[in-house]
Design a protein around this ligand. Structure first.
Ligand code: URA
Length: 235
């Protein structure tokens, strides 16, 4: 971790405001590597910092999985609608969604404050696969699976990349795509003669939606999950 002032570090990894962090340091309640003769301007990088007897666990970045409910937007701020960031309490971290889901799309949405990894996971260079549960109405062309596997013209300069279609029952299928074009799944289904009535993302790369999360609930990714995610975005 790059070096950071002690008061900022304490503020970042506790519930304390910057002012409260400074006051706590001045009261001698903060120790760095066992030493309490510390000053708010001291630089912290890898040292162990204790506040009121509690070791701070400093993570450079945070990685969250949200079961996005329909009706909220995948943005950090919005003048009209509730955003995914509005419903997550993660202290002073500036998190943002990794890619977007439409307002009416549900399911797996990852959020982080790690811009580098987010960029790689959403970059068209890496083709990270995303699986959706698609509920649709209408009758699709007979060879929908083959057309999707070959790539389909949805009005972009190029056809979509090969996608996998798994029909589960009438009007319900799993679709795995490796891109993230605007309304991509809805446009693909429309080209095949159907209309998406409900869309839920189940996976992004190696990460699957944790089905114990109710809509609107979220949890931190485990270290193993973060590692898998990093590996998914390496060429
Ligand atoms: N495709 C869509 O059409 N919408 C989404 O939210 C995600 C993929």
């Amino acid at each position: 971790m790059s070096a950071m002032r002690l008061d900022k570090y304490v503020c970042l990894y506790t519930d304390l405001s910057r002012k409260e962090a400074k006051a706590t340091i001045r009261k001698g309640l903060v120790t760095v590597e066992g030493q309490n003769q510390v000053h708010e301007t001291d630089k912290i990088s890898d040292q162990k910092v204790w506040v009121d007897g509690r070791l701070l666990v400093a993570k450079e970045h945070i990685y969250l999985m949200l079961n996005k409910p329909a009706g909220i937007v995948s943005a950090t701020r919005d003048d009209r609608d509730t955003t995914v960031v509005d419903i997550i309490d993660c202290g002073k971290r500036d998190i943002f969604p990794i890619g977007r889901l439409d307002k009416d799309t549900e399911g797996l949405l990852l959020l982080t404050d790690d811009g580098g990894l987010a960029h790689r996971l959403t970059s068209p260079r890496y083709h990270v696969p995303k699986c959706y549960l698609v509920q649709y109405e209408g009758t699709l062309v007979k060879n929908a699976g083959e057309i999707l596997a070959e790539g389909i013209d949805i009005g972009e300069r190029e056809k979509t990349l090969p996608a996998q279609w798994e029909e589960l029952q009438d009007g319900l299928a799993k679709l795995t795509i490796s891109e993230g074009k605007y309304h991509q799944v809805k446009r693909m289904i429309a080209r095949l003669g159907g209309r998406v009535t409900r869309l839920r993302r189940l996976t992004m790369g190696p990460i699957a939606l944790d089905h114990s999360l109710q809509p609107g609930a979220y949890r931190e990714l485990s270290e193993k999950e973060v590692q898998l995610l990093r590996e998914a975005a390496v060429k």
